[in-house]
Design a binder for this molecule. Structure first.
Ligand code: DQA
Length: 147
């Protein structure tokens, strides 16, 4: 089983970006944790990061026939990218949306975060568990796909 992890915009800055919200671990740390989890689950995991919306869409298109499932953190595109939502809906590859932070808690001060336009095209969503959100998304995909 091959799983693709897509980190969206600004996640390349993890570790230094608003650490009170996103933690102090870097994207390299996250990918290392996911590589470890991949071994435990007996699956292959490939991680990529893109800041540009079009690059994420190209990555989703290219996943067809190459990956069995996708864990997607669309970053702020979550809240307004109908293009990413349509790409997820178009490719037919089961996709789990995930977020490090609890969008609903944050929405009390930043209402725009309560809406994900990508989520309706996904199988499910994990949010609020920090790096563990990625791990839980991989476990959900593995279970869903029957590994
Ligand atoms: C995020 C939440 C988004 O609202 C935000 O724009 C991000 C990160 C998260 O992982 O918690 O960039 O997707």
């Amino acid at each position: 089983m091959r799983l693709l992890v897509i980190h969206g915009p600004n996640l390349n800055l993890l570790g230094t970006r608003e650490p009170q919200i996103y933690g102090t671990q870097s994207l390299t740390d996250v990918d290392a944790r996911l590589a470890q989890e991949a071994v435990a689950l007996g699956v292959e995991v490939v991680c990529v990061q893109h800041n540009a919306e079009g690059a994420i869409i190209d990555e989703l298109h290219a996943a067809r026939g190459r990956f069995d499932g996708i864990a997607l953190n669309p970053g702020a595109y979550t809240h307004y990218s109908y293009a990413i939502r349509d790409a997820v809906a178009s490719i037919g590859v089961p996709t789990v949306e995930l977020h490090l932070s609890n969008l609903y808690a944050r929405a009390q001060h930043e209402p725009f975060r309560a809406i994900s336009v990508v989520a309706p095209a996904c199988r499910g969503t994990v949010a609020g568990f920090g790096i563990e959100s990625y791990v839980l998304a991989l476990r959900a995909l593995t279970s869903l796909l029957g590994a």
